[in-house]
Write a protein that binds this ligand. Structure first.
Ligand code: 4AD
Ligand code: MG
Length: 455
């Protein structure tokens, strides 16, 4: 049976007969043998194979060029001075699939922009292989984090009739008639009803938190904002816990604990892969992550944040004024240059936040919180929810929302209402943070941004 190269490289002892398979990274020939460096995607490291001329399959060695797929059998022996502790002395080698000269990933460095243009092949590079292994590991860690805290995982719908963020930036669902090959009119789009792709699973999550206690969702989310930034995608993954009998403090505590947990996970378990980000993307990555995992975060109210920004003497592009949204340049200055650590900002003016956030006693602010991290800015947004029926109804009226459309949501306040709170963490932004990658397009396998929908 095929062994993973990751396991072979970590082997405790030599082995007489092992099988491996992978894609050729490089090949060097001498008269009597070739060195074939193989990667199978299981780790960053390559397995060096020594293939003597004359072993079965060696007649194809010349065609085992960069990118070709190869299967090999042989002896695992201590390396004679290669980068790895072990290498494979082949007893047979088999060419599975050639990669002709036009294979785009020849052995030189490529820019992220070029690699995005061949997104279907980029997982075969060292950097993106590492990226997507980290992404997989982090996904498991998200589930583990919640399982350790007895949260239930709820699958909220992708097609919804509700609009959580109220910003109107949604993709509509359309029905296609396969025979006509164009939009078929049902009057409205989803069998006679208007529906769209979810912008957040929160409202549906609240239904389950107010029944099961602590829940979370983790799935794709869609925003039709036509913004071309390095931190926004039209399709991204969001992690949304929702907790019954919980207030803003508990919400902020959970968000901070989760960031730390995921950072610790990357440091402790994806260390090999982090080394490539440290080498090519961010020299101080590990030190920065260690600091985040081990130190407390800053917490400050929106009002105080505005004061600090005003007193900073910095000339920002966008104005800083109580009542205005903080822009990314403000958030980044606070977390990167002022506090120099992750920072949670809470209690925002009610006018700039959605209808579901709980009104504070000052009647001016709501229990919103945003967690900002250096290098990125907002990574988490959440709040305690308005659990008082009369206040919620007044908020909905102010936001122009129909109580009829949201009667199911209102019922959670009508029947056995409880204080509850939750947040959404952008999974891609978290991945940017743990890898140091600067563009959201480089942390998601299939990029969906304005102009990019290739597959
Ligand atoms: O701040 P947002 O819009 O909050 C919500 O959607 C709430 N309903 C969440 C909740 O309380 N359950 O989004 C939450 C997070 C942001 O902090 C950001 O990390 C990420 O989702 N995010 C995006 N990530 C990539 N591309 C986009 N277009 C994003 N929009 C939000
Ligand atoms: Mg937000």
């Amino acid at each position: 049976m095929r062994s993973l190269i990751r396991d072979l490289l970590a082997s405790a002892a030599p082995a007489d007969s092992v099988q491996a398979a992978g894609w050729v990274r490089t090949r060097r020939d001498s008269k009597a043998f070739s060195f074939v460096s193989l990667n199978d995607g299981s780790c960053l490291g390559n397995l060096q194979v020594i293939a003597d001329v004359g072993i079965p399959g060696s007649e194809d060695l010349v065609r085992m060029s960069t990118g070709a797929s190869v299967a090999v059998e042989g002896k695992l022996i201590p390396s004679q001075g290669g980068e790895q502790a072990w290498e494979l002395q082949a007893t047979s080698i088999r060419l599975l699939g050639e990669a002709p000269e036009d294979f785009p990933l020849q052995k030189k460095g490529h820019s992220p922009e070029f690699l995005r243009s061949i997104a279907h092949l980029r997982p075969r590079t060292n950097l993106y292989g590492a990226m997507f292994r980290v992404r997989s590991r982090m996904s498991h860690a998200v589930h583990r984090f919640f399982a350790e805290r007895s949260f239930y995982y709820v699958h909220t719908p992708i097609i919804t009739a509700s609009d959580c963020e109220g910003a109107g930036e949604m993709f509509r669902v359309t029905t296609i008639d396969p025979l006509a090959g164009k939009a078929k009119s049902y009057g409205e789009d989803f069998f006679g009803k208007a529906a769209h792709l979810t912008v957040s699973g929160q409202l549906e999550g609240e239904l389950f938190a107010t029944a099961l206690g602590n829940i979370y969702t983790f799935g794709p989310t869609f925003r039709a904002e036509n913004s071309n930034t390095s931190r926004h995608a039209a399709e991204f993954w969001m992690i949304e816990p929702e907790m019954a009998f919980c207030d803003l403090q508990g919400d902020m505590d959970l968000a901070e604990a989760m960031v730390k947990y995921l950072v610790r996970e990357a440091l402790d378990h994806q260390d090999g892969d982090l080394s490539i980000f440290e080498k090519f993307v961010d020299k101080g990555l590990r030190a920065r992550l260690e600091f985040v995992a081990d130190n407390s975060f800053e917490r400050i109210s929106y009002t105080d944040a505005v004061e600090i920004l005003k007193k900073s003497g910095k000339s920002f592009e966008y104005p800083v004024e109580y009542g205005l949204n903080l822009q990314s340049e403000h958030e980044r200055w606070l977390t990167e240059e002022h506090f120099k650590k992750p920072t949670t900002i809470f209690n925002y003016p009610k006018e700039i936040k959605p209808f579901y956030m709980r009104l504070n006693d000052d009647d001016k602010t709501v229990t919103a919180m945003d967690l900002l991290v250096p290098g990125i800015g907002e990574i988490v947004g959440g709040s305690q929810r308005e659990e008082r029926l009369d206040v919620l109804l007044a908020n909905m009226e102010r936001h122009g929302l129909s109580t009829e459309d949201y009667s199911w949501y209102i019922d959670t306040r009508k029947y056995g209402s409880v204080p509850h709170a939750g947040f959404g963490m952008g999974f891609e932004r978290m991945l940017m943070f743990v890898t140091g990658m600067q563009n959201i397009r480089d942390v998601i396998p299939f990029v969906r941004t304005p102009g990019q929908c290739e597959f």
